[in-house]
Design a protein around this ligand. Structure first.
Ligand code: TYC
Length: 103
């Protein structure tokens, strides 16, 4: 091999396949104490919902007992659920959000 001969390595990029992260549901739970308007205020503040979407989600939980608010990675789901619970608690209401893995 002379000095001008350059041995080129074939550039084959191997993309490691990352497993899709498991997704979690954040669930709004109905109760008899939190006023409807407060539930909507919290959904708007924590989940950036519009008044209309907040109303529909609140009414679904009110009528059926619970409603899925959002589906996301575990870390975000747990943080959002805690933010909602803490915000309600700070206003004196027992509003509850839970998280569970999506099938
Ligand atoms: N059930 C409550 C009421 O009648 C309103 C409410 C709706 C509370 C949804 C919680 O997740 C909830 N004041």
């Amino acid at each position: 091999m002379s000095d001008n001969d350059v041995a080129l390595k074939p550039k084959i990029k191997v993309k490691p396949k990352l497993d899709k992260p498991k997704l979690y549901k954040v669930i709004l739970v109905n109760d008899d104490y939190t006023p409807r308007e407060i539930v909507i205020v919290i959904l708007k503040a924590v989940f950036r919902m519009s008044e209309e979407t907040g109303y529909r989600v609140m009414m679904t939980a009110h009528k059926l007992g619970s409603c899925v608010v959002v589906v996301c990675v575990r870390d975000i789901a747990e943080t959002k659920a805690k933010e909602g619970i803490d915000l309600a608690k700070g206003m004196g209401f027992p509003l509850m959000f839970t998280t569970e893995p999506e099938e």
